[in-house]
Design a protein around this ligand. Sequence first.
Ligand SMILES: [Zn+2]
Length: 239
Amino acid sequence: MTEELAPRDAYLRECSAVVIAVTGAGVVLDRTVFYPRGGGQPGDTGALAWDGGAAAVLDTVREHGEVVHVVAAGAAPPAGTVVRAAVDWERRHLLMRTHTALHVLSALVWREYGAKVTGGNMEPGQARMDFELEAMSVEFGREVEERLNAMISAPHPVSVLFLPRDEALADPDLIRTRVSLIPEHVDPIRVVDIAGLDRQADGGTHVADTTEVGRVRVVKTESKGKGNKRMRIELDAPA
Ligand SMILES: [Zn+2]
């Protein structure tokens, strides 16, 4: 099994590793800083480099529990090769900012409007989130944008906790986000806590403080049917 470094330290940009297998899709390493697609967050891209060669990592996916670094056909280094694995940091960091922004947005809409999230999707620097809401207007979008930026621009440290399953199941904030649906063998449960704002079971990568997110714009609000309203956000380039 691969030792996954990103869940404990999202700021690691590269590591050295040994190729332990080459599958149809790509390369499995003994350790990695790459995040495999999951929980709404896209997989990392980047590069593997070794003595005498290099390959671009086009995506990272989880296959049969293994983290697979997807490379072009024929580009994989053979098992046993020592490689330098480096993520495309600019893209990853933008995903971290986007992911943290979405958690704050979900907390805001829940707290202020009592609406749960029904779905979502994120790309680097842009995302959509669907809410169990009856109505959504341009004015509502503006109001949310203002409140969201007020929350994000004040410092709120983001920390990753590994909570014993029993403790997680008893946490009222985690109950709201349906922690009980997490498969029973998962223990401890990884929790992302945005101090004073949001706490949810989550596998993704986040920035260390909300101030690192920067300014967020609500660019579109739309109805996807009764009781299902969609909001699209975009992040400003860092100042
Ligand atoms: Zn998340």
